[in-house]
Design a protein around this ligand. Sequence first.
Ligand SMILES: Nc1ncnc2c1ncn2[C@@H]1O[C@H](COP(=O)(O)OP(=O)(O)O)[C@@H](O)[C@H]1O
Ligand SMILES: [Mg+2]
Length: 174
Amino acid sequence: MKLTTRNQYLKQMYLLSEEISDFDRFPFNLPLLKYFKELDFHPNVTYIIGENGMGKSTLLEAIAVGLGFDPEGGTSNFNFSGYFSHSNLDQFLRLVRGVYQPKDHFFFRAETFYNVATNIEELDSDPLGGARIVDSFGGKSLHEQSHGESFFAAFNERFRGNGLYILDEPEAAL
Ligand SMILES: Nc1ncnc2c1ncn2[C@@H]1O[C@H](COP(=O)(O)OP(=O)(O)O)[C@@H](O)[C@H]1O
Ligand SMILES: [Mg+2]
């Protein structure tokens, strides 16, 4: 096996087109899904680029939900799904995982990173809670940093490597 495939935690995804009854309804009417059948992920990094409204965020969210991450961002340990609606696209995507399990994972979503920061503060304010989550982001309150600084705190401190990272508009605050 080539070394590069050892950290390929997500190899491929494909759309279960035959199970979709109505391509005129959201999310199946998204331009991105019009000709989409399958995607082979690059062993290291895959970029998904396209114009606004193509459905990139919806697709990334569906991948994240399919992998068990919270749709609002963060890890599967964060849970705000109660007040955040996500599309049902994940139920129509088949994700092909690699042989190895990621050691770390994070769904970074610029749109809702503010909410993740708030959630971290709430969890950390619980006196019975364990280690402070903010320490894994460098220790400084994410709300007391600039937008760009808080993003870099996530990338530089929280992302430990050998992980599976889904980033939606990570350049937004840079
Ligand atoms: N719940 C929804 N119902 C109907 N349309 C939606 C819903 N959520 C998002 N959309 C639409 O889907 C389109 C694609 O959104 P998005 O995935 O954010 O695109 P991108 O990230 O490529 O800019 C947008 O035009 C948006 O208005
Ligand atoms: Mg988007």
